[in-house]
Design a binder for this molecule. Structure first.
Ligand code: FAD
Ligand code: PYC
Length: 415
């Protein structure tokens, strides 16, 4: 759907009367060629690429709430590809490349702003680790550079650079192509594009059980009735282990709350996304002027979408210590999402021991940046019933085989 400037103006004047709906509200059919459970970014992107790249259009996305209402609409929208292990780099670099063209692909402005990510080293030891990290990232063919203390001071004037600072800055590293985008737009863009290719997006439809016989998926039970299908993908983030258990699968996943918050809007004061791994605190500024603030997970399993006050306090204490000039800034909103974390903090994507059942989980605190490549590769895997080469290393079987991809340390925050 394309809107001219004039039609936008008319819409603004008339309260958008007469605007068509961005996607249909179909009823659940009796049978689909594939069903994706979870209408977050991963589920929607998978449906879009199944329809677009693999010619499958008899597909449904079943969402228990509303599209994008899970972690996809609750994250801080950071995209980057500076991972440590080659398997991760290949995958996340593909995702970043897809993000770079996503607005055009979906004809939806995702407001990608590649203003660069800076990581702060707060000790000599951390600076040494960063040096090795930057080398590894460069060897993987991804842009990354070491920054001196002086370069950081110049790029982030808000930082407390005094010698007596609680978190002294020794230097850091940067990925210039990293950035943030508009998470709702990513969900809505994929949703609208998938719908236009014939995909049924069914909201307020919870999957409650599975019909599995002879080790094969035959269908699903939902709050809107039964549906037959022989291909099902679970893309339900924080509820992965609960739902997979209903199919008889035990996943090595822990669910925890990750919270974030935004301040009142202020004039532009921060040009980059800045992460301080040693205190689990990160900060960026949105185009609206709000400072987007986040940190580590609440350190206990939980299915709460709020987060603890202790977690909020810890992050805000770190913000004030690192950026004392923000101490009088008012907080506008705080929220949480339920993240699904694997023991090696890497995703679990691909086939399962049950024929026709596929997984997209373990995205933890970092799966927003993965959405386009996660959808593209899972769609391939479902259509061909063999893992796409980019996700082959991230299969569930790696835990039995001891092939962990331990990105826990390299991810920088929250793991
Ligand atoms: P979701 O978007 O959570 O979608 C899953 C959907 O499944 C939900 O809508 C849910 O309602 C639905 N569902 C669950 N159970 C059922 C069922 N039984 N039947 C039907 N539907 C069901 N990642 C980054 O890369 N960068 C960041 O800056 C970043 N910041 C984050 C900040 C916060 C506060 C949080 C919480 C997460 C952050 N993440 C970030 C992680 C990222 O948000 C997730 O990894 C990603 O959104 C996962 O997408 P998804 O589509 O798998 O899950
Ligand atoms: O994965 O880069 C990330 C991230 C930043 C904040 C939360 N996750």
């Amino acid at each position: 759907m394309r809107y001219s400037f004039l039609s936008l103006l008319r819409g603004a004047a008339t309260g958008h009367a007469g605007w068509p709906q961005a996607w249909r509200s179909p009823s659940l059919r009796e049978r689909y060629d594939a069903v994706i459970v979870g209408g977050g970014g991963h589920g929607l992107a998978t449906a879009y690429y199944l329809a677009k790249e693999h010619g499958m259009s008899n597909i449904a996305v079943l969402e228990k709430g509303w599209l994008g209402g899970g972690n996809t609409g609750r994250n801080t929208a950071v995209s980057r590809s500076n991972y440590f292990y080659p398997e991760s780099t290949r995958f996340y670099e593909r995702a970043l490349r897809l993000y770079e063209g996503l607005g055009r692909e979906l004809n939806f402005n995702i407001m990608l702003s590649q203003h660069g990510q800076i990581g702060l080293a707060c000790s000599r030891h951390e600076m040494e680790t960063f040096r090795r990290w930057v080398n590894a990232i460069q060897l993987n063919g991804v842009d990354s550079e070491l920054l001196s203390r002086e370069e950081i001071a110049e790029r982030v004037p808000l930082l407390n650079m005094s010698a007596s600072a609680r978190y002294p800055v020794y230097g850091g590293f940067m990925q210039r192509r990293a950035g943030i985008s508009r998470h709702d737009a990513v969900a809505w863009g994929y949703a609208r594009a998938a719908d236009s290719l014939g995909v049924d997006l069914i909201q307020h439809c919870e999957v409650t059980g599975f019909d599995i016989s002879d080790g094969r998926v035959k269908g699903l039970e939902t709050t809107r009735g039964r549906v037959q299908t022989d291909k099902v993908a679970l893309a339900v983030a924080g509820h992965s282990s609960v739902l997979a258990a209903k199919a008889g699968l035990r996943l090595p996943i822990v669910s925890q709350t990750l919270q974030a918050m935004v301040s009142e809007p202020v004039k532009p004061c921060l040009d980059h996304l800045v992460i301080c791994p040693s205190v689990h605190c990160y900060l960026s500024q949105s185009d609206r002027g709000e400072l987007i603030i986040g940190g580590g997970t609440d350190l206990y399993p939980s299915y709460s979408q709020r987060g603890s006050l202790r977690g909020t306090e810890a992050v805000l204490n770190a913000v004030v210590a690192l950026y004392p000039r923000l101490s009088r800034l008012r907080q506008l909103r705080q929220w949480g999402g339920i993240v699904d974390i694997a023991p090696d903090a890497s995703p679990i994507v691909g086939k399962t021991p049950i024929t026709g059942l596929y997984l997209s989980t373990g995205w933890g605190t970092g799966g927003y940046k993965a959405i386009p490549a996660g959808g593209e590769t899972l769609a391939f895997t479902m259509a061909e019933d063999r893992p796409h080469e980019l996700i082959e290393p991230f299969g569930l079987d790696r835990f039995a085989q001891g092939r962990l991809i331990d990105e826990g340390a390299a991810a920088g925050v929250a793991h």
